[in-house]
Write a protein that binds this ligand. Sequence first.
Ligand SMILES: [Zn+2]
Ligand SMILES: [Zn+2]
Length: 188
Amino acid sequence: MVPMIVELIAVGDVKREILDKLRQKIEWTFVPLIDGGAVGQPMEMPAGALNQDRKQYNADIILAKVLERTTGDNKVLTVLDVDLYTPVQNLNFIFGQAQLRGRVAMVSMRRLDPRFYNKGGDGELLFNRLVKEAIHELGHTFGLIHCPNAGCVMSFSNSVSDVDEKTATLCKLCRTKIQTTATIRIVR
Ligand SMILES: [Zn+2]
Ligand SMILES: [Zn+2]
């Protein structure tokens, strides 16, 4: 079987150090379902992603661009620091999004950052939130849908307080489901 890795790529201004730390957390969660993580080449923000009226970035345009450059079996997690929206759903913003059972996921730090809410900077709090939402979005690529267990990382978060209330781990049931997905992959 070809090794499957999760490649982390930055779009725009994201520190390499954050990607390295995040890669470790992703490995702790998803190995042995994946063979490991890697930090890939950063990508430029696609032209046309910024919506001038909303002052937000169109996550669908960015995700499509990432998918274009994604080859093989690997999954790609895009990490950004911009305010994201999707024109598909009537939401004011999104923390991130992913292809269900697909290969690409994305997460933005912007609305996870206490400074966005005029609070003091707290790198640790921001990083913990980033880990949760990154694992959540990657969980979607492994076929997981939203979990009713409020403590599970796959529960949907509408706000940072929702993010803070859940853990960074998959509940027992989600773990079972994700393993089933992986088994299907191996059989093929
Ligand atoms: Zn979700
Ligand atoms: Zn769950």
